[in-house]
Ligand binder design. Structure first.
Ligand SMILES: [Zn+2]
Length: 184
């Protein structure tokens, strides 16, 4: 579950160690603040420390997303992503933290302009059923968030949940690309 993104070429992006470490430091600092007396000199010092750590996490995350998006757009000219409605997802409290923290919108934005700059194309696909559908035979296999493996009883395919989804996103993206070409 530590993966930031799973790609259809079998690779995945994981948050780098330095970022995880800063996040841990931030968590610890916040815990410490909750134990300090509100308004005291130490409390104020701790608030400043937390603000700095927040900034550091944001910077490290941005740098990481820049690096990933640069590498992706360097090797691939057509990239398909889910057209996630971040605002709607943030309404869902369980998902809100991970999505807003992870800067998914920022990442998609970087991919978009870097693709364009290289003459490539970022295709946004409808996220409906990308997780549920079997990438091999199309059978819908319902699964809750906690189920991390896609197991298809119809065709016997067993895949990592996110990798299965990435293959569906790719297929949808290529279908959309075909339609664009027909229209031209
Ligand atoms: Zn199947």
């Amino acid at each position: 579950m530590d993966k930031y993104a799973v790609l259809s070429d079998g690779k995945s992006f994981e948050n780098p160690r330095f970022l995880r470490q800063t996040e841990k430091k931030l968590k610890r600092a916040q815990k410490k603040l909750s134990q300090q007396k509100r308004g005291s000199a130490n409390y104020k010092k701790q608030v400043i420390k937390i603000r700095k750590l927040h900034e550091k996490v944001a910077n490290q995350r941005r740098d990481t997303l820049h690096k990933w998006s640069y590498n992706l757009t360097k090797y691939y000219s057509v990239i398909a992503v889910e057209n996630l409605n971040i605002r709607n997802m943030v309404k869902n409290k369980r998902l809100a933290k991970s999505i807003s923290d992870a800067g998914w919108g920022m990442f998609r934005n970087m991919l978009s302009y870097k693709c364009e700059r290289n003459g490539g194309l970022l295709i946004k696909v409808n996220p409906e059923f990308t997780t549920q559908d079997c990438s091999e035979c199309g059978t819908r296999v319902k699964k809750s968030l906690s189920i991390r493996t896609h197991v298809c009883k119809s065709c016997g395919t067993i895949l990592d949940r996110d990798y299965n989804a990435s293959l569906n996103i790719l297929r949808k993206g290529l279908e959309q690309l075909d339609q664009m070409l027909v229209m031209d």
